[in-house]
Write a protein that binds this ligand. Structure first.
Ligand SMILES: [Zn+2]
Length: 430
């Protein structure tokens, strides 16, 4: 990579699908931290647990020991985990679960999680079971990242087979919304000069909002997207209600129920602006690193889709231009051919006439005739008379070569009155 390329904004390198894109995808898999807890007695009293365990179960007032696990996490009983603990305690046989789904917490705080885990009996010196060790690794992020990669792969295939841009962007927005349920996605497309942003895709935002945003200028302080487009850098607004960037759009956002908006510019491989990729939330929100990684990955994917679209549009336009040029050329060739044929015809007619004029002039040179051309009209003609012409009414006159030719070409029924050429009598007696 050249030094110049290194200075490109992150998102530009992203669009190129370089190493940064791989890093972001890897970041989305997260770090697998082991959770550990030690339970004692038949009530599974939580004796000790590592910070990762408390973080996984929601922290806060749940981060305490000395209570039975069923009391700390009442949601476990309904999902069969307490019964499993009871069985391990009773039989002394370890239990291992793979990618086990568990809903942690309750109500609005509930979250779906996946774990690889082992319930392992603890024993005293006599071999009797005294409690259970819980060792696990949360696989939620890995599972999500796998889903994301599958969806992402499908999007890339869609782009590769040149599905319509609107379809690709719409599919992308829905895909992200499925993967991260609280997010509302919007993609805006930049005009060719990068001064304005047009509606691209936002399947979950209300129409009145999309219509109001369609055509906003790019510039410092024009919401999250206008500013991100202007800066060519991600802009994170965690609370629309108080952020000065949203002064002009605050009421609109409130009406649409939008409270946070993180926008990432979509940049072409050469760093030019293609659009913006925004993630909205219904409540004030600070993005996690994985949210930003997700935004970068999809801004890169959107860049690919838009660039492919532009290339295809340019190809179609070039084809149409080439077709028009070909048609024009064919027409020109045809016209030229016709002109040439006509010119040849005229040249032949003129040459024939010239021959006849020469012959007539030679034949009549000896006959008496006026000295000057009689065909000059009111202006007169000073050229010597050389040829006699006549018409079928019996009128005749003497003229110079030029005027005789003009008369023969322009006046119907005029002919060269040369006895040497023969007349109707000669024809009848042939
Ligand atoms: Zn004349």
């Amino acid at each position: 990579m050249t030094a110049a390329a290194d200075r490109r904004p992150t998102a530009a390198r992203q669009a190129a699908g370089g190493p940064a894109a791989d890093e972001d995808l890897r970041a989305l898999f997260g770090q697998s931290i082991a959770v550990y807890a030690s339970l004692a007695g038949p009530t599974h009293l939580l004796e000790t647990a590592n910070p990762a365990f408390f973080a996984a179960i929601g922290g806060g007032d749940r981060a305490r020991t000395g209570v039975p696990i069923a009391e700390l996490m009442p949601e476990l009983a309904g999902q069969g985990f307490t019964a499993l603990l009871d069985e391990v305690y009773r039989t002394g046989e370890a239990y291992t679960g793979r990618d086990a789904r568990v809903v942690l917490g309750a109500g609005t705080q509930a979250r779906e999680a996946f774990f690889d885990f082992t319930y392992e009996p603890r024993r005293d010196d006599h071999g009797d079971v005294t409690g259970i060790r819980v060792i696990g690794v949360e696989t939620t992020q890995i599972k999500q990242a796998q889903r994301l990669l599958a969806e992402h792969g499908a999007l890339l295939e869609q782009i590769a087979r040149q599905a319509p841009l609107g379809e690709v962007l719409d599919g992308m927005a829905r895909c992200i919304e499925n993967l991260t349920p609280d997010v509302l996605v919007s993609v805006l497309l930049a005009d060719a000069d990068g001064r304005r942003l047009r509606h691209g895709a936002a399947p979950s935002l209300p129409d009145f909002y999309n219509e109001a945003i369609d055509g906003i200028a790019t510039g410092e302080g024009v919401g999250s997207c206008g500013t991100a487009a202007h800066r060519r850098e991600p802009v994170v607004v965690t609370d629309i209600a108080t952020d000065p960037f949203w002064d002009d759009f605050r009421e609109l956002a409130e009406r649409a129920g939008l409270a946070a908006c993180w926008s990432t510019p979509i940049l072409a491989r050469d760093g030019s602006l293609l659009g913006t990729f925004a993630m909205y939330h219904r409540g004030p929100r600070v993005p996690a690193d994985t949210d930003l990684a997700l935004a970068r990955v999809f801004a890169g994917t959107a860049a690919l889709a838009i660039e492919c679209h532009h290339i295809e549009q340019a190809r179609l336009a070039a084809e149409a231009r080439a077709e028009a040029a070909r048609a024009e050329l064919a027409m020109a060739v045809r016209a030229e051919r016709e002109l040439r044929a006509e010119a040849e015809q005229r040249a032949t007619a003129a040459a024939e006439l010239a021959d006849r004029l020469r012959a007539a002039a030679a034949a009549q040179a000896a006959r008496p005739h006026p000295e000057r051309c009689q065909l000059g009209g009111s202006a007169g003609c000073a050229a010597p008379a050389e040829i006699k012409i006549a018409d079928s009414w019996g009128d005749s006159a003497w003229g110079c070569n030029a005027h005789v030719e003009e008369a023969i070409l322009n006046v119907r029924s005029v002919f060269i009155a040369s006895e040497d050429l023969g007349g109707l009598a000669a024809y009848l007696n042939r």
